[in-house]
Write a protein that binds this ligand. Structure first.
Ligand code: SF4
Length: 441
């Protein structure tokens, strides 16, 4: 199968630490969308120059760099502090493609999309971020991508052929990015990758340095260091490998959020085998039980696929029974549909008819909703901490440790005396199957 090349972006970041944080956020988002960040003008499809406009010499340097990028590459987007003086830039360099000011992340990304689009359709089974993309507002949470690619070969997935094998970012680099995000006011860091629990395997857990201290490029050490930054740290795309046991004590101690996003996808051993899923064995339920004994607050979110080729009614019933046992908190479910180029298309297995897929999806959702609703009901009367995302005339909307932005539920609070980014204590007064309602303490 041919592998679509990643679109490539060159990035020049000038100016102060604030400008660097802007660069970081733009680069984080671009990486998330599948762009590759390259270090030479000639390899780039487009170059972004984040400028400084603080003093005249900084402006002159910004104009020089824009000129250099235009000469070497030709397609240049300007952002940053000097972007507020668009005419000063266009007078010297009329051919720049777009000019935006500081913190105008969305506009920069739109300008990049106009030149070179992200190279993939959204695929709910394998994409790391929601279909609407990563919102860069509210700005108090940020995604932190720790690796690219994947060493597995799940039969429904084209990531390994598209992005290649796992390549972890050195832990010093990841922690430096996290630290800059925290300094810029980020209150919640969402760790993502295709396989967070495999972080560092490709580098043989090589020791790197952060603030002069040696740190291994490994999930546990990453979590310990992130947990020392005083912000919420949430783990996504974790597989239930034995090494996940090591981070549960950090959750129990309040260092990182007691939250695990584990894409189980199914429970029937036969279907999981056909899917070629990693880290599945029948001890998963025991592992979950053990985690919960150590850390009763642990929230587990997951996604599942129904209607995978060869799935029988018996397999599906196995899945429902497994869900009853596992008592997961948050669950998404997709009906299987073939992905172009995925090995599952060549499996010699009976496709599941669409009406049966739909029926199983309906039954799955009803089954899990009852579980989720029951688990949320148990929170009524409890005091919890909430991070506020939005405030309007009708009140505030926030999230607890159990709610990842955009995919889980919300906590509604009838107050407007708080601001986005505040962490507040509330008492839960009501719940449905997704959301909570609470009063400010
Ligand atoms: S673990 Fe499986 S589904 Fe996830 S990226 Fe790797 S191959 Fe794809």
């Amino acid at each position: 199968m041919s592998t679509p090349a990643s679109p490539k972006v060159g990035f020049v970041s000038l100016g102060c630490p604030k400008a660097l944080v802007d660069s970081e956020r733009i680069l984080t988002q671009l990486r998330m969308e599948g762009y590759e960040v390259v270090s030479s003008y000639e390899d780039a499809d487009v170059v972004v120059v984040n400028t400084c406009g603080f003093i005249d010499s900084a402006k002159a340097e910004s104009l020089d760099v824009i000129g250099e990028a235009l000469a070497e590459n030709g397609k240049v987007i300007v952002t940053g502090c000097m972007g507020v003086e668009e005419s000063a830039i266009r007078n010297v360099h009329p051919s720049v493609l777009a000019v935006t000011g500081p913190q105008q992340y969305e506009q920069v990304l739109n300008a990049v999309h106009d030149v070179v689009a992200p190279n993939k359709e959204h695929n709910p089974l394998i994409d790391l971020v929601p279909p609407q993309g990563v919102k860069l507002t509210p700005r108090h949470y940020a995604y932190l991508k720790i690796s690219e690619g994947c060493n597995h070969s799940c039969s429904f997935c084209i990531i390994p052929s598209m992005r290649g094998k796992l390549v972890s970012r050195p832990v010093g680099e990841v922690l430096g990015e996290a630290e800059r995000l925290v300094k810029a006011g980020v209150k919640e860091v969402l760790v993502i990758s295709q396989d967070t629990s495999a972080y560092g395997v490709d580098m043989k857990y090589k020791t790197d340095f952060w603030n002069g201290q040696p740190v291994k490029t490994r999930m546990l050490e990453l979590c310990e260091a992130l947990g020392s930054m005083g912000v919420w740290v949430r783990l996504h795309y974790v597989y239930p490998y034995p090494n996940v046991d090591d981070v549960i004590p950090l959750m129990a101690a309040g260092k990182i959020l007691p939250y695990l996003d584990i894409p189980f996808q199914h429970a029937s051993p036969k279907v999981l085998k056909a899917m070629k899923r990693p880290a599945f064995e029948d001890k998963t339920l025991a592992r979950i039980k053990n985690w919960r004994e150590q850390c009763p607050e642990l929230t587990i979110r997951s996604t599942f696929i129904v209607g995978f080729p060869g799935e029988t009614e018996e397999d599906f019933q196995y899945l429902l029974d497994w869900l009853s046992e596992a008592q997961l908190d948050r669950v998404g479910c997709f009906q299987y549909s073939p992905v172009e180029g995925a090995p599952a298309n060549d499996l010699d297995l009976e496709p599941v008819p669409d009406d049966i897929k739909q029926d199983r999806w309906d039954r799955f959702m009803a089954h899990q909703q009852a579980i989720s609703a029951e688990r949320l009901q148990q929170k009524i009367g409890r005091e919890i901490e909430v991070l506020i995302d939005e405030v309007d005339d009708e009140g505030a909307v926030g999230r607890s440790w159990a709610d990842a932005p955009e995919i889980d539920g919300s906590v509604f609070i009838a107050t407007n005396s708080v601001s986005p980014g505040d962490k507040v204590r509330v008492r839960v007064v009501d719940a449905d199957e997704y959301d909570l309602w609470a009063e400010l303490l």
